[in-house]
Design a protein around this ligand. Sequence first.
Ligand code: PEP
Ligand code: MN
Length: 338
Amino acid sequence: MMVVMQEGATEEQIAHVVTRIEEVGASAHVSHGERVTIIGAIGDREELTALPIEACPGVARVVAILKPYKLVSREFHPTDSVIDVRGRKVGGGSFALIAGPCSVETPDQIVAAARAVSAAGASMMRGGAFKPRTSPYAFQGLGLDGLKLLAAARDETGLPIVTEVMDPRDLDIVHEYADVIQVGARNMQNFQLLADLGKVGKPVLLKRGPSATIEELLMAAEYIVKEGNRDVILCERGIRTFETATRNTLDISAVPVIQLASHLPVIVDPSHSAGRLDLVLPLSLAAVAAGADGVIVETHPNPEHALCDGPQSLPTEAFAEYADRVRDLVLWSGKTLS
Ligand code: PEP
Ligand code: MN
């Protein structure tokens, strides 16, 4: 249930509604908009509908939310959420270009990648220290050493770092180094991890599972926001279909579908969608045209020798030209590159 307060409702009136909601054992989530405040009430439907909230002073109307997700819904928060990562904004007209290698491999590799993405004007740097690999025999990432290399890259370039956590037991250490904590596609429904991320004070980049519906993605985001962390960026990274020409099928319609349903920013990962270098630019441009709030793309100084995802990684020497093409379309579409 959602309580829309009148314009100019006082803090006292808002607090009173919160108290009434909490009295029946439900939780109240307050969202201050530019003009009106909305209070999301989550709890037992019967108890909530029996509450005479409309009669409380300052209440404009009470609306039932029929969707299974509530806090991430547009009804709850009509304007776009803007996530601020060390001053780089994502959403609400700010576009984030996030780039870097699939995994952190060596000091030289990460420094070369960081310099290239920074010089090309990227907004943030990506790189995996804990890698989800299909094969247990494949390179699993450098772990803590990888996080330290990412921190050194941040010190040199000033770029915020996006890196993945796979296991709730690693959350403290990843939290210490990351600016944005990524939840990989395979972990989208690791509910314990999501709930734990809801309690940290850092933005989360939540990737859509390869077989997850958009509703399941939004429910996964709801797990995080419900615990108090509102800074969630959603990522469409391709889904599994019958098509074999690409590694996954980029569901470009997910971008506007999610934006209609939710206030959270949505970015696109053209690298894991395509699995092919030659499709990274066209899919990135498609993402911008569809209204995405950013892209996260893999680039490597030496893709031929990459320990992970070389075939889909842009060589860093080609990254500046790629970034220019993306930037042109971002600006043309009326957004700013953060
Ligand atoms: C990644 O970003 O490196 C990654 C493994 O992506 P995904 O979880 O989307 O497969
Ligand atoms: Mn990868």
